[in-house]
Design a protein around this ligand. Sequence first.
Ligand code: URP
Ligand code: ZN
Ligand code: ZN
Length: 465
Amino acid sequence: MSILIKGGTVVTAEGTLDADVLVDGEKIAAVVTREAGGTVAERADEIIDATDRYVIPGGIDAHTHMEMPFGGTFASDTFETGTEAAAHGGTTTIIDFAVQAKGTGLEATLDKWHEKADGNCAIDYGFHMIVSDVNDATLKEMDALIGDGVTSFKMFMAYPGVFYATDGEILRAMQQARTSGGLIMMHAENGIAIDQLVAQALAAGRSDPVHHGLTRPPELEGEATHRAIVLAKVADCPLYIVHLSAAHALEAVAEARDDGQNVFAETCPQYLYLSLDDLARPDFEGAKFVCSPPLRTPDHASALWRGLRVNDLSVVSTDHCPFCFREQKELGRGDFSKIPNGIPGVEHRMDLLHQGVVAGEITLSRWVEICATTPARMFGLYPRKGTITPGADADIVIYDPVATQTISAATHHMNVDYSAYEGMEISGKVALTMSRGQVVVSDGQFRGPAGHGGFLRRDRCQYLF
Ligand code: URP
Ligand code: ZN
Ligand code: ZN
């Protein structure tokens, strides 16, 4: 079965091209400039009209948490609902986090996450591994996981008593990654200091959601980011900072990159579009915006946009971690520290970042680069994913740049009872999403088949080590 996507503007990280794209089975067979299109069209079984639309590589969301256990509850999207929502928003690959529980091995954890995801995903998926129990056995298993296609390992400087790792444990894991080529991903907040501020706030009766933000100041993200960078330098290991939110942290990353260190960072749409004011919404509504690191003041967002332009920030992921307002976020009424941390977003990353193009913050090619191409390279999926070129998987999105939509929980597909972007007017909309040659979404409808997505055995990070 071959399909010709005809008449569109192909947008890649390299630029734009008026070209038609021939899909043969699961792969892209040809990208043909308009003049040569006639002969190619004759070979296609089906033609899809993309006139006046962008033809872009499917988005890669390298940071999601489907069904994640957190604070006594589970993120409300399953692999099935979350990946279907992702497809609606033009994302064709997710990389989710398997979570090591203390006392459980990494291979056993990976098996458990395969049980959750395999056969249930609408789009292709990979895993990172959250390492929360550093010991000799775990370190050895990190090497085995790389052979299983799980080549990146997240560690936490936050959440003492849960995921937290000491500096010594982090250094040991970095040394291990150095020898095997794994990539250490870091949640960089000083959790020990934060826990003191949280205890002091609660003791003083400051229990509303806004205090989640006020007890996690940007300086403590900057400090932890700097410390992670220093540890990575000592271990001679590459480092990827996840969900960077603060200008202080960005400064540390920029300095390391200017020094030639292999340090990379992602930010997330919530840090570009939402702020501490949202956390301060009355009547506990601020709980909808509780995530860590927390939302910041708008000056941080300006710094992040600049970071995206100059490549101090290389990737935008969602950190999709949905908890319903009712019964889940409500666990923290009267005590902000009990609000499950996380914001839903997997469905709207491509749209939200397209607003950055509309507003002149980033170029069209940069949009594709930070949402698809760089994540593919960073996490060992390029050129199978993240670009439009012969031989690549036919993960293709047809995007209508002038269609408009209003984000709302009433119309979104994520399994969560609110939207952090409720009422936001968006210019641009996905017209069609194709996953390995299969149209999975068109005209706003999920076309399936359910369980179409396959596990991606990833290679090592493809940036210089
Ligand atoms: O608040 C957040 N970010 N929740 C998800 C877990 C994490 O730290 O990424
Ligand atoms: Zn984190
Ligand atoms: Zn996360």
